[in-house]
Design a protein around this ligand. Structure first.
Ligand code: BTN
Length: 287
């Protein structure tokens, strides 16, 4: 039971007690994810973990909690989502019991809000480094890719409540799904199991992922170098790309990112455009 007991050391918050509760019926989800609360080297993220056997979207669950005044660090995990969504109004496909689907409630300083997708992308990439020998790269703004295919994505939604601004960082990681069984993503997605040929423990991936997210988010030093660490994995830089931006498509060369992760795109007319959260649709490498 979480009694909210925390200690402070400088500006570091250290959580002493974690709580994990079941939102749905107890099942494989419990077997796989319980024990995460025993990790005592996290500071903020994962101080309360709720899991659901089935939910519409973990982002919605976390948002409701945020609006009800929940403190930051809540993690909502689901075994399956009935209305999981991705960026650009897409659906997020994941069969029951295979992958990691979770959302984290954060209450960062408002100036750090734009960096929340970067926290998720970098934490996933560092996590996956431990589970595959292949390079793990990022595609702006927050797709995580291995072997030229997408393995993870994050949807960050923000809002405000009586207790201030919040960000819901929702992430899906393809752990054991067979992308080939889903025609709509068969050509573009992969999973750890597809890459390694072996079933991978969701709990181990989740445990490392929460640790990595917390390590970045809770550390001023890590947050200070976030854009540089994140952009060193960006496969987009230097490439000719098409970006869907609002209703228009912009073609250009990705020259870099600014201090908050916005993409610097030199368009066909030579103008440098600053793009906050468009969508890289095509990467025409070498052309
Ligand atoms: C994307 O790449 O388009 C983002 C995908 C985000 C999916 C995750 S799964 C957990 C959380 N709940 C949702 O409904 N979406 C996010």
């Amino acid at each position: 039971m979480n009694d909210g007991d925390t200690t402070s050391a400088g500006d570091e918050k250290k959580v002493n007690h974690f709580e994990i509760t079941a939102g749905g019926t107890l099942s494989d989800v419990q077997d796989e994810f319980e024990g995460l609360e025993t990790v005592d080297d996290r500071h903020v993220i994962g101080r309360r973990i709720v899991w659901h056997e089935e939910t519409e979207s973990t982002n919605d669950d976390a948002r409701l909690a945020a609006e009800a005044g929940e403190q930051e660090g809540l993690v909502v995990i689901a075994d399956v989502q009935t209305a999981g969504r991705g960026r650009m109004s897409r659906t997020w496909t994941s069969p029951p019991g295979r992958d990691i689907l979770f959302s984290v409630l954060l209450r960062p300083d408002v100036t750090d809000l734009p960096k929340m997708p970067l926290v998720a992308g970098l934490a996933v990439a560092r996590t996956l480094d431990a589970f595959t020998d292949q390079p793990v790269t990022l595609k702006w703004p927050n797709d995580v890719r291995v072997a030229d295919r997408k393995i993870s994505g994050s949807l960050v939604e923000s809002g405000s409540s009586k207790t201030g601004y919040f960000a819901i960082v929702g992430t899906g990681v393809n752990v054991n799904m067979d992308a080939f069984a889903h025609p709509e993503i068969a050509e573009i997605a992969t999973s750890l199991r597809t890459l390694t040929g072996e079933s991978v423990s969701r709990r181990e991936v989740m445990r490392k992922l929460l640790f990595e997210m917390d390590r970045i988010y809770s550390s001023p030093e890590q947050m200070g170098r976030l854009v540089s660490d994140w952009s060193s994995r960006l496969e987009t830089i230097g490439q000719e790309i098409d970006v869907r931006w609002g209703g228009e498509f912009i073609h250009g060369v990705a020259e870099g990112v600014d201090e908050t992760g916005r993409l610097l795109l030199r368009d066909g007319g030579g103008e440098l455009r600053l793009l906050e959260a468009g969508e890289v649709t095509t990467q025409l490498s070498g052309q």
